[in-house]
Design a protein around this ligand. Structure first.
Ligand code: SAH
Length: 349
């Protein structure tokens, strides 16, 4: 999936430019998993490329299938860092949720990945490859990826360049060809990333994990709030709205007795105002961190206070909880691998 490396290998052999386009198209549009599937290439070239510019960088360590059709893949990078990706099947949609980092440094107190610490940033090829592998699995079942969300492990804006490069690759009409509006980047509130995205030509969607309407509460849940308090964060979101004309999708996790009272809902409505935001209420998936999800009647109560303030909210149902593939549950079992990979990286292995 390192296309520059592939191009270099081809140019080095003096091969014509159409060879690169052929391989690129087979790998992205054709979802080939291996050079051996590219039968239009001469066999010798297929073997050479497999040795010099491997098509796949990630090793698939495990696949789990949920009763609701959700598929979770656990991967390891070539240097041993764990990551996970999920495909969800909603009524008419097939949403693929991918990781931008192995682990995450932001340490949100309710999140399993936050508990692991950071392994390393993923490269653009490693991010896009997660989508292509799941797209192939879905295609073999007669289905197509309709949406990609960067809501797996990691904070995308701490790996901005690779994330945007992966998005451009997935969007390329000569390749995978997924519409930019079908790609969403989710941030815990890393303001410099929001500001950069505001002036990005690629029209991807922005989701903000807010989870609290006041700085005092937000700081307890998300340490990143100490660095970027709400006035600064909201200013960045309004700037994004002003320069792109696009709404920000606010994610609000409902934690029983923590952030789910009527007062919190009213504060949230006040904070967001009546324009430029859409609220997704998210069911909390237990991770062992000691929080509980809000009961259904509290979710309904919270949503009705928002509605009374003129704020539309949707409720995001949980998928794949039985295989620990639901929001925030990724790679809770990967801590050991991450530590090992980190040690090896330090030792220069
Ligand atoms: N770092 C980015 C993207 C990855 S997290 C971000 O914070 O947005 C994707 C979403 O899952 C975030 O909204 C995050 O707050 C949420 N999440 C984390 N742990 C969760 C859990 N246990 N249950 C439900 N959602 C969770």
């Amino acid at each position: 999936m390192d296309f520059p490396q592939l191009q270099a290998a081809l140019t080095h052999r003096g091969l014509p430019a159409y060879r690169f386009r052929q391989v690129y198209s087979c790998a992205t549009r054709g979802l080939a998993m291996d050079y051996s599937e590219m039968t239009e290439l001469p066999a010798v070239l297929r073997r050479t490329l497999a040795a010099e510019a491997p098509l796949r960088e990630l090793e698939q360590a495990e696949r789990q299938d949920s009763a609701d059709g959700t598929i979770k893949l656990r991967f390891a990078t070539a240097d041993g860092f764990p990551l996970e990706s999920v495909a969800m099947r909603h009524a008419g949609r097939r949403t693929v949720c991918v990781s931008s980092q192995s682990g995450c440094p932001l340490a949100c107190t309710f999140c399993a990945t936050g508990d692991m610490g950071l392994g390393r940033n993923l490269r653009a090829g490693e991010i896009a490859e997660q989508v292509l592998v799941l797209a192939r699995i879905l295609r073999d079942a007669g289905e197509r990826v309709s949406n990609v969300v960067l809501m797996g492990m990691g904070e995308p804006f701490l790996n901005y360049d690779a994330v945007l490069e992966a998005c451009r690759l997935l969007n390329d009409p000569d390749g995978f060809g997924l519409g930019a509006r079908r790609i969403a980047i989710s941030t815990a509130g890393w303001v410099p990333g929001i500001e950069r995205l505001a002036s990005e030509p690629l029209q991807v969607k922005l989701a903000l994990s807010l989870h609290a309407p006041t700085d005092e509460l937000r700081r307890q849940l998300m340490p990143v709030a100490r660095r970027y308090p709400l006035p600064v964060l909201m200013e960045a979101c309004r700037g994004y709205r002003a320069s792109t004309g696009r709404r920000v999708f606010v994610e609000y996790l409902l934690l029983d007795g923590v952030n789910d009272s009527d007062t919190h809902a009213a504060q949230l409505a006040e904070l967001l105002g009546d324009d430029g935001f859409h609220v997704n209420l998210i069911a909390y998936n237990p991770t062992g961190a000691g929080y509980r999800g809000s009961p259904p009647e509290r979710v309904a109560g919270f949503a009705s206070v928002l509605a009374a303030h003129g704020l539309e909210a949707s409720y995001r149902r949980s998928h794949g909880a039985d295989i620990k593939a639901a929001c925030g549950q990724l790679a809770s079992d990967g801590v050991r691998e991450l530590r090992r990979a980190r040690r090896q990286a330090r030792a220069g292995v």
